[in-house]
Design a protein around this ligand. Structure first.
Ligand SMILES: Cc1cc2nc3c(=O)[nH]c(=O)nc-3n(C[C@H](O)[C@H](O)[C@H](O)COP(=O)(O)O)c2cc1C
Length: 185
């Protein structure tokens, strides 16, 4: 999480991309945030990288993409340095897995470790199969996050990639973008 080349005049948003089939939509969110004058620092999980290439986010954000906890170009662990300047963490799409990790404070990769270091606002946009979304474990994890002040956007109702209809689709990117910009103030 290299700070070289950052523009101090711009607000920083950390975008966590997780292993949902909707991960490709995070590329559009990156582009829209950059166009809105935001410095976007992308952190991808290992599962997200099975679905989308870090190169896409590198090009759209014009910033190095964090793909591992163990990349440390600097003396200071990257997640600590980044947490000092990021005003909003947005996880979009957010898998059932990252919701559980954030609700329970797990820190076993770059994104979940960053989430514990972050002290600004947090927006999450869940995306998953409707049956996963309805599972009490997922609902309880979301309730825990809401209670802590995390802003949940979606999921939306509609057709999901696995062929079912129901609630589980990633909210429209416009809604996620609006929530992030609102949290930036
Ligand atoms: C093709 C594919 C699509 C997936 N889509 C989703 C999804 O939309 N939502 C979800 O919660 N999990 C989804 N999963 C399962 C997650 O990738 C899996 O739970 C993984 O451990 C999530 O890791 P992460 O949260 O670190 O990215 C999908 C898996 C595959 C193989």
């Amino acid at each position: 999480m290299n700070t070289a080349g950052t523009d101090a005049a711009k607000p920083t948003v950390v975008l966590g991309v997780t292993g949902s089939i909707a991960a490709y939509k995070a590329a559009d969110l990156t582009s829209r945030l950059v166009q809105a004058g935001v410095e976007v620092e992308v952190i991808m999980t290992a599962s997200a990288m099975r679905l989308v290439q870090p190169q896409t986010f590198l090009t759209l954000s014009r910033r190095p993409v964090v793909t591992s906890l163990w990349e440390m170009p600097d003396w200071q662990p990257g997640h600590v340095a980044l947490a000092d300047r990021a005003r909003v963490l947005v996880v979009a799409p957010a898998t059932a897995n990252i919701l559980a990790k954030m609700a329970h404070g797990l820190a076993d990769d770059a994104l979940s470790t960053y989430a514990l270091s972050h002290h600004g606002r947090v927006v999450v946009a869940p995306a998953m199969n409707p049956r996963m979304w309805q599972h009490p474990a997922v609902q309880e994890n979301c309730a825990t996050l809401r209670r802590r002040g995390v802003r949940l956007v979606g999921p939306a109702r509609g057709h999901v990639a696995c062929g079912e209809d129901g609630v589980g689709r990633l909210a429209p990117i416009e809604e996620v973008l609006a929530a992030v910009l609102e949290e930036l103030g």
